[in-house]
Design a protein around this ligand. Structure first.
Ligand code: NAD
Length: 457
């Protein structure tokens, strides 16, 4: 049973305790909301250019602490140090982008008879951001920074296992001169602090990233208060590889091994045209054997550990020892290691091919032609991302229009840029983060009509 009063942060590469952090109670959430509401009223009155200036200063402070933030992410989440540096840079860049957004957030003037009509994009108030453990720093940033830029206060609840980078970001915000209580971090358990945030009547919106199961509960609870919610949930994304593709690039194992496969966008369903299936199998076998798994702080490491023993047990349950599979290597304990794996004997409707495993495990499945590829790609309750590999431009366009997912890449595996929208179709979520509309999602539109036909006194 987890201690209700405390969070224990383990280094997943060593199983050593990195830190213990007091867990926020429902009462702490109440106090934080009241403080945030006061800070937000003042922040909303700050001129957008001055808000932007402060956020740019915050970006400078984050930049100066890149290495410290990256090392924290390595320790608490087991991310490779190269990835963790990228993540700190992503947080900085998003602050700069959001700062520019604050300056460009405007209403409209709409022609109407008998007067003037203007709209205002007003901040929502206090926004609750609930983050998962797989990308603690980027997801904290994606939910929080555009909300702050749009004039809101933010209460961020990180995952139980990974509160440290979030806490440090809040400390850096204060160092940069952001007002006190505007950006607060509430480390705590999902069923206490998380629920208290979702249920609080003075929290105007919830941005939730995590599992589809918890996301469903969050949405139900928000519905009771008619509270808007953005949901970034699970995925089981296809990598559709046609026979004419650059197979080496298409079958890059880091399309499903990045962050040890604990990546909502991981292309874990490797759909390969049957005429090149043997070639694909051989390429994947070589690639898996070459993956360097080990100490995430070592610059040469390509894949670190899973987040916890519990997560490793979950992953293992999908990979019986006798399952037909291509397998790479992983260190022995301590540490929550699992070898890179491609299951080769699955049907497309088996649990390993349908459920989000959230570990370094993909399934290899054949398809016959374009229609079959589209059918298989769409035969999932999820719709977050996916890749399509072909040199035929017409086919690339047809398939990318037919696949029901929010983030597709053609001849690429990249999904995330802070200046393009990100989010899921179907049970992968609701709403979009990042991109040109990121700030608008944290505002509501007020329409004001001013009559010019006032009778003379
Ligand atoms: P999770 O749903 O268990 O927890 C996510 C967060 O919700 C944690 O902070 C947790 O404490 C909190 N929480 C738990 N129960 C709650 C409740 N009843 N009310 C309010 N908050 C509660 O997910 P996880 O295991 O931490 O993360 C992995 C999942 O996140 C995967 O399914 C993955 O695909 C998904 N994910 C999605 C995206 C995306 O952008 N679509 C990005 C990263 C991760």
């Amino acid at each position: 049973m987890p201690d209700p009063n405390e969070l224990t942060v383990l280094d997943p590469a060593t199983e050593e305790i990195v830190a213990t952090v007091p867990a926020a109670t429902a009462g702490d959430v109440d106090t934080a909301v009241a403080r945030a509401a006061r800070a937000q009223t003042r922040w909303a009155a700050v001129a957008p250019a001055d808000r932007a200036r402060l956020l740019r200063r915050f970006a400078d402070v984050v930049d100066a602490h890149t290495e410290e933030l990256a090392q924290l992410e390595v320790r608490e989440a087991g991310h490779t140090v190269a990835n963790a540096r990228w993540e700190a840079g992503n947080a900085r860049d998003l602050l700069l982008y959001a700062a520019g957004g604050a300056e460009r957030l405007t209403g409209r003037q709409i022609p109407v008879p008998g007067g003037w009509d203007v709209t205002f994009q007003e901040p929502l108030g206090v926004v609750g951001v609930i983050a998962p453990w797989n990308f603690p720093m980027p997801i904290a940033a994606w939910g929080s920074f555009p909300a702050l830029a749009a004039g809101n206060a933010v209460l961020l609840k990180p995952a139980e296992t990974t509160p440290l980078t979030a806490l440090r970001l809040a400390g850096l915000a204060l160092e940069a001169g952001l007002p006190e209580h505007l950006f607060q971090v509430l480390p705590g358990h999902g069923d206490t602090a998380g629920r208290a945030l979702v249920d609080h009547p003075d929290v105007a919106k919830i941005v939730f990233t995590g599992s589809t199961r918890t996301g469903r509960e969050v949405m139900e609870r928000c519905a009771r208060l008619v509270k808007p919610v953005t949901l970034e949930l699970g995925g089981k994304s296809p990598n559709v590889v046609f026979a004419d593709a650059d197979l080496q690039a298409a079958l890059d194992p880091f399309s499903f091994l990045d962050n040890a496969g604990q990546d909502c966008c991981a292309r874990t369903r490797v759909l390969v045209q049957e005429t090149v299936l043997d070639e694909a199998r051989a390429l994947l076998a070589d690639a898996l054997a070459a993956v360097v798994v080990g100490d995430p702080a070592d610059e040469r490491t390509q894949m670190g550990p899973l987040i916890s023993g519990r997560q490793r047990e979950r992953v293992r349950s999908y990979v019986p020892d006798d399952a037909p599979a291509l397998r790479g290597k992983a260190p022995d304990g301590p540490g929550f290691w699992f070898p890179p794996t491609v299951l080769t004997g699955e049907r497309h409707d088996s649990p390993a091919a349908r459920e989000e495993i959230f570990g370094p495990v993909a399934v290899l499945l054949p398809f016959t032609d374009e229609q079959d590829a589209i059918r298989l790609a769409n035969d999932t309750p999820y719709g977050l991302s996916g890749s399509i590999w072909t040199r035929d431009l017409g086919r690339a366009l047809r398939v990318s229009q037919a696949v029901r997912a929010g983030n597709l890449s053609v001849n690429s595996h990249s999904s995330v840029r802070y200046w393009t929208p990100f989010g899921g179709y179907k049970q992968s979520g609701l709403g979009r983060e990042l991109g040109p509309d990121a700030l608008a999602a944290f505002t509501q539109t007020k329409n004001v009509f001013l009559s010019t036909e006032v009778p003379a006194p």
